[in-house]
Design a protein around this ligand. Structure first.
Ligand code: CO
Length: 435
């Protein structure tokens, strides 16, 4: 890896490794914001914003919106927004966490969160993280936990029994993906195993445990790879790499004339329609509150929103070396070729000609190359937060992201250079003049 990329890339890898769930990503984001002079605001308390102040709000423990108040007239300058998401596909523990088979295997009962490539979860040591709701002195408290140990595994069926299974792609999600925890132990019932694990590893008593949101993650950490260590192979690159790039840009940007905003929403992988998702009132509430708190009229607020721009930052598909025909013949982003603008006639991406042109101009100003992506007509492709964000706020939005391979695998694959380019273009966006 070239030296100029190293610092940011190492910070990014650390952030990915330290953030096994959206809750942990937000905790780490909040710590990074605090270190850089951002003050936490609570939704339930009075705010008193100051010019050139730096602030952030955490929503539900899994989304965060950070912003800096500018020097100029917000009604004229507007908001400059970057949005990303904190969640990634994973296996989530169901209520009724364990079962014991007649053969004496203790299995974890899980459901699938988001569009995971389930085959990649097999034969890998899996660890556990998330949050618990516990009783503490008669009140309910949330507790973030992480058991960073190889506790679970989903063993593959051996080749000798599966020769007749033509398509391993058609896994039964109810019966074939349940991770193994242990063998049955004397005196233990099926409902004892998860509480016993939590008591041993994080000291929570069964009597105090009320509920949980727990996810499995790959125990093995992310690494740099490739001939020159120019690639990154890690879990949750989608979309924590864009979260990290956005945070880095916001914390390093010079205060602007308008208001610089970075938002990392939860639940993109399951459609964004939650209190902490992009398809909610969250963003508009915050924008409105910033304006009101700075003493602006409704008229000023509407003008500010109308004069704003937004970047929806989620990852893009690089052309795959072994499946190159999956891309449209004329738009073929590659690893290392720079951030990708995503187009869709059916508006599964919010990009318009003008928002794309604006973004391309920012890339040019930053000295960063930029690529374009549109799906083949016979492939439906994905979507992201851009359409929701743009629809709810009415702010023109470009959908973009660094190109990667293996999207939604337990381990995704990208180029270090694209992460660095993205950081640079975000910084240029926050610091640049209006187009
Ligand atoms: Co994504």
């Amino acid at each position: 890896m070239s030296e100029k990329y190293q610092n940011f890339a190492e910070g990014l890898l650390q952030f990915l490794n330290d953030s096994p769930t959206a809750f942990h990503a937000v905790k780490n984001a909040a710590a990074l914001l605090r270190e850089n002079g951002f003050e936490e605001l609570k939704e339930t308390e009075n705010w008193s914003l100051k010019n050139e102040g730096r602030y952030f709000v955490v929503k539900s423990g899994s989304a965060v919106i950070a912003f800096t108040v500018g020097k100029g007239d917000l009604a004229k300058e507007g908001f400059r927004i970057i949005g990303a998401h904190t969640d990634s596909p994973a296996l989530k523990i169901k209520p009724g966490a364990c079962s014991v088979t007649p053969d004496g295997y203790v299995k974890l009962n899980v459901e699938v969160y988001g569009g995971a490539i389930l085959q990649t979860w097999f034969d890998r040591p899996l660890a556990l993280a998330g949050r618990l709701v516990v009783k503490e002195n008669g009140t309910l408290q949330e507790k973030l936990i992480q058991i960073d140990k190889p506790v679970f595994i989903i063993p593959n069926l051996c080749i000798h029994f599966s020769r007749d299974m033509k398509e391993k792609g058609s896994l039964n999600k109810q019966t074939e993906i349940l991770p193994l925890l242990s063998m049955k132990e004397e005196g233990m019932e099926k409902d004892d195993y998860l509480p016993a694990l939590l008591q041993d590893e994080v000291g929570i008593k069964k009597a105090d445990l009320v509920d949980y949101e727990l996810f499995l993650y790959e125990y093995q950490k992310g690494i740099f790879t490739g001939k020159k260590q120019e690639f990154i192979s890690a879990s949750r690159i989608d979309d924590l790499s864009m979260v990290y790039a956005g945070l880095d840009a916001l914390t390093k940007a010079e205060t602007g004339e308008g208001c610089q905003v970075f938002a990392a929403f939860d639940n993109e992988e399951v459609g964004s329609t939650t209190a902490q998702g992009a398809n909610s009132g969250l963003m508009l509430h915050i924008l409105n509150r910033i304006c009101k708190n700075l003493g602006m009229t409704d008229e000023g607020y509407f003008q500010a929103v109308a004069g704003s721009t937004s970047i929806s930052a989620d990852l893009a598909h690089a052309v795959h070396p072994n499946y190159s025909d999956k891309h449209d013949a004329e738009s073929r982003p590659v690893l290392g070729g720079g951030p990708v603008i995503k187009y869709s006639a059916s508006q599964r991406y919010a990009t318009t000609a003008m928002s794309a042109a604006y973004f391309a101009q920012v890339c040019e100003r930053a000295g960063v190359p930029c690529q374009k992506f549109v799906n083949r007509n016979d492939i439906a492709g994905g979507s992201t937060i851009g359409p929701a964000l743009s629809g709810l706020t009415t702010i023109p939005t470009v959908d973009m992201g660094a190109p990667i391979l293996a999207m939604h695998s337990i381990r995704e694959f990208g180029a270090v250079a694209d992460m660095e380019y993205t950081r640079q273009v975000f910084l240029a966006y926050y610091e640049g003049g209006r187009c």
